[in-house]
Design a protein around this ligand. Structure first.
Ligand code: FES
Length: 157
């Protein structure tokens, strides 16, 4: 079985599952609660949820893959969030995201293998005038260009 940092939370997870036992329609809700609890959705958790709610593991996995919000890897030490809200989008956030994906060697929704960075796409960070915007953990950076975004990333190495 792969390593999982969820043992300590297992009892609480059991309670979440028990509250929705045999209810396939509660799948998204349970996945949300489980991710809020553990931080991500490792395979053991997916299996427990599938068994508890009486849905197939394939179904659990397809829901997780469909929603960017869900992740099967622990979040990195530095959470990089790129805004793809309308204002940032038209000012070039797709190029920022593309460059960061290239720099980190991962796609949005994923984490680097060394556990240092995770990358995600978010909607409007509330600083549209400074678009394109990204945050690293809680710190915001605006008026980005691809080179500037890559240089910011390097300061976290
Ligand atoms: S659209 Fe990006 S901060 Fe509002």
């Amino acid at each position: 079985m792969e390593a999982c940092q969820c043992e300590a939370k297992w009892e609480e997870l059991d309670q979440i599952i028990a509250a929705h036992r045999g209810q396939p329609s509660a799948l998204i809700e349970v996945l949300h609660q489980a991710q809020d609890l553990i931080g991500y959705l490792p395979r053991q958790v997916q299996i427990a949820i599938a068994e508890g709610l009486k849905v197939s593991l394939t179904e659990v996995y397809s829901v997780i893959s469909f929603y960017h919000h869900f992740t099967v890897k622990p979040k990195g030490k530095y959470q990089v969030s790129v805004c793809k809200g309308t204002a940032c989008y038209v000012k070039g956030s797709p190029e920022i995201l593309e460059r960061l994906q290239k720099e980190l060697g991962i796609k949005a929704g994923d984490s680097t293998d060394d556990g240092k960075f995770s990358l995600e796409v978010v909607r409007c960070l509330g600083a549209c005038g400074l678009g394109p915007v990204m945050t690293v953990n809680k710190r915001a950076y605006g008026l980005l260009k691809p080179d500037k975004a890559a240089a910011i990333l390097k300061t976290y190495n």
